[in-house]
Unconditional design. Structure first.
Length: 236
């Protein structure tokens, strides 16, 4: 019981002492640092539209689906897990009003976990006259782990900056008395929205036409910035 009372007393006194310290009066150096890295996206979501209208009804939606399926299977895509049908539409209203042929459209979302494979799929689709493809988004699966790693590197950078600043005054830094995790930005290269798809050096979110020559396709890297502010005591 006596030991418990002594521990409680020490804890209370420690808390009271810490509350009495005014860190604004402690000689200190304040520094902000940002650490940046770039990573290649490993989750790429494409929107693929199959439309009989694009072929003026010469190619059925079923034939286009078979072409799409063949391209995906040849690139080892698990269709049941990675391809999602978003909607199916047809011009039935136009058919009844104008007595025109009914033409169908299907929209799919495809998730690919490798940028090189995604680029290969885009080329294969173009070769099969499926070119109505848009890049919806690119992501990095280990983003949260990367953020933590970058924050640690940003703190180390802040410490080095503080050491260099105090060295010029023939002083040195002590313990950190304040650390603020200011922000972590995910910086993309397409109008600040999603990382872009680069075809022949031109930023784009998709492509509309098949080109006879080989398409040079790459996905822009995702840039991640971690910024921290750290205050260090200045030792006498």
């Amino acid at each position: 019981m006596k030991h418990l009372f002594l521990i409680s007393f020490l804890l209370i006194n420690s808390l009271i002492y810490s509350q009495e310290i005014d860190f604004t009066k402690v000689p200190q150096v304040q520094t902000k640092a940002t650490f940046t890295t770039e990573v290649q996206p490993d989750i790429i979501t494409l929107s693929i539209t199959l439309s009989e209208t694009n072929t003026k009804g010469k190619v059925s939606i079923e034939e286009m689906e078979r072409k799409l399926e063949n391209v995906l299977k040849s690139n080892n895509i698990d269709i049941s897990k990675q391809l999602t049908l978003k909607d199916l539409s047809s011009n039935f209203q136009s058919y009844f009003l104008k007595k025109t042929d009914v033409q169908k459209t299907k929209n799919f979302n495809l998730e690919v976990n490798n940028a090189n494979v995604a680029g290969k799929i885009l080329k294969d689709l173009a070769e099969n006259d499926i070119s109505n493809v848009r890049l919806l988004k690119t992501e990095y699966s280990k983003l949260e782990e990367l953020k933590i790693e970058l924050k640690g590197k940003a703190v180390a950078k802040a410490k080095k900056q503080a050491e260099e600043m105090t060295k010029a005054l023939n002083q040195k830094i002590g313990d950190a008395i304040f650390i603020s995790d200011m922000e972590t930005n995910i910086v993309n290269y397409l109008s600040g929205q999603v990382a872009g798809l680069n075809i022949r050096g031109v930023n784009s979110i998709g492509y509309k036409e098949k080109e006879e020559s080989n398409l040079d396709i790459k996905f822009d890297n995702i840039r991640v910035d971690a910024t921290v502010t750290v205050h260090f005591k200045i030792e006498k």
